[in-house]
Structures are given as structure tokens and as C-alpha cells.
Design a protein around this ligand. Structure first.
Ligand SMILES: Nc1nc2c(ncn2[C@@H]2O[C@H](COP(=O)(O)OP(=O)(O)O)[C@@H](O)[C@H]2O)c(=O)[nH]1
Ligand SMILES: [Mg+2]
Length: 224
């Protein structure tokens, strides 16, 4: 009886909503990652092969139960969620990256996603990664202001399903160097994922939700 009442209550009460930005240069897998979140949440999602380059933005509300997506929570009904991630997939094209910073003050977490795969044409792996790190620095880190110091930053090394990928340790060194240059002590983490297979995505969501809950007094969610 208690569980029934609890379950009905959960369906009708206002839920805390946290905004999460997905940033990263074009082709890194931002939209595929968002579609993977929808897939794991038993929502309608786009066929990964039919995703076109994003011109404006894509937004989706992802239900979370505990620290998990529906797929991993054991629950059958997403209305039993206890919080919502409002996930913004913004365009990574050069001229549109300037718009990212407009979203910083209102967001609760930032995901920076990168393509960590290497193919024959990337004989110079450091050049490819230098670009990824410089966008992280110039379009993200350096535009965060003092109101944003408690925003957790999750860096996702995507496309881990490919045969040749950059060593995660090298990525940690490169990104941590930039993070340490700032005056703020950002809560950050680098995790390997594949947006296509979904590998690593649950761990990533878990890391984020733990931070969002922990920060909920200093960066309160919106109730909707
Ligand atoms: N192999 C592989 N390809 C991926 C992965 N994630 C994205 N892609 C591919 O990378 C390309 C760009 O993905 P998209 O989501 O449009 O990137 P966006 O520009 O950052 O939104 C598409 O061809 C995707 O199928 C992944 O985890 N593994
Ligand atoms: Mg896109």
C-alpha cells in the first residue's frame, strides 16, 4: 500500500530539473550521445546513422531514478523518476561556439565531449588533440565566471568502440594542465565512452547526478 501511494505521489509531484550542456567540436558525437541517453531512457530516439550535423540545438528531458537512467534503475515507468536532466546539445561549429557561454549561468553541469579515435589521416595525433584542448580552453574554461565555479565539468572521450584511440592518460594530462591553470578548483573527471554502443554512459550519468545532488543547495534545481 505504501509503495502504491509513494508511486502515485512520485508521478504527480514537481520534480527537480537540472540543466546539463553538451559541448564539443563538430563531429565529436554530441547528438549521438543525447540520442543514446534517450534510448537508455526508453524514449523515442533517432537512428544513429541518420543524425545530421546540428544547426541550432537539440534538447531533451531525461528522467533519472536514484543516480541512474531508466535502463539501469530497475524501474519500468519513467514517471517514477525523482529528478530530470534537461540536456542541451549545442552546435559545435566554430561560429556557433561563441553562443555556449550564454548558457553557463543557468546550467548545473557541463559535458565536454571529444572524438578520441585516431585513423590513418591523423598521423599527427597531437595536432588533433591540440585543437580539442584549445576549444576547451578558449570557448569553455576561460569564459566561465565566478558564478560558475561550482559547475562540475565532465570530459567524455568518445568513440572508444573504434580500434585506435588516444590514450586516456594523455588526455588526462592535457586537460588537467588547462584546469590547473584556472584560479578555480573545478570538480572534473575524464571518462571513456562510446555514444554508439552506450558503453561507459551509465558511469558518466552516475558521476554527474552525484555532483548535481551534492551541489543542490548552492546551485538549486528548478522545480517543474
Ligand atoms: N564509431 C563511433 N562513431 C560515433 C560515435 N559517436 C558518434 N559517432 C559518429 O560521429 C559522427 C558525428 O556524430 P554527431 O553525433 O553528429 O556529432 P556532433 O556533431 O558532435 O553532434 C557520426 O557519423 C556518428 O555516427 C561513437 O561512439 N563511435
Ligand atoms: Mg550534433
Amino acid at each position: 500500500m505504501f509503495h502504491l501511494v509513494q508511486s502515485i505521489y512520485n508521478k504527480i509531484k514537481e520534480k527537480p530539473e537540472y540543466s546539463v550542456l553538451i559541448l564539443g567540436i563538430e563531429n565529436s558525437g554530441k547528438t549521438t550521445f543525447l540520442e543514446q541517453l534517450k534510448k537508455k531512457s526508453k524514449m523515442n530516439f533517432k537512428n544513429f546513422n541518420k543524425i545530421m550535423p546540428t544547426m541550432g540545438q537539440n534538447v531533451a528531458n531525461i528522467p533519472i531514478i536514484g543516480e541512474n537512467l531508466l535502463e539501469n534503475s530497475g524501474a519500468l515507468d519513467r514517471r517514477n523518476n525523482d529528478l530530470v536532466l534537461r540536456v542541451w546539445d549545442l552546435s559545435g561549429q566554430k561560429k556557433l561556439r561563441k553562443l555556449w557561454s550564454r548558457y553557463f549561468d543557468k546550467c548545473h553541469a557541463i559535458i565536454y565531449i571529444l572524438d578520441s579515435s585516431l585513423d590513418e589521416k591523423d598521423e599527427n595525433m597531437s595536432a588533433k588533440m591540440a585543437d580539442v584542448v584549445s576549444v576547451f580552453k578558449n570557448d569553455l574554461l576561460s569564459l566561465l565566471n565566478t558564478n560558475n565555479h561550482n559547475i562540475p565539468i565532465l570530459i567524455l572521450a568518445n568513440k572508444q568502440d573504434k580500434s585506435d584511440v588516444v590514450d586516456i592518460v594523455d588526455l588526462k594530462i592535457a586537460f588537467n594542465q588547462e584546469l590547473q591553470k584556472t584560479d578555480e578548483d573545478f570538480d572534473s573527471r575524464i571518462l571513456p565512452i562510446s555514444a554508439v554502443t552506450g558503453e561507459g554512459v551509465d558511469v558518466a550519468v552516475n558521476w554527474l547526478v552525484t555532483r548535481l545532488r551534492r551541489n543542490s543547495e548552492t546551485r538549486p534545481p528548478v522545480y517543474k
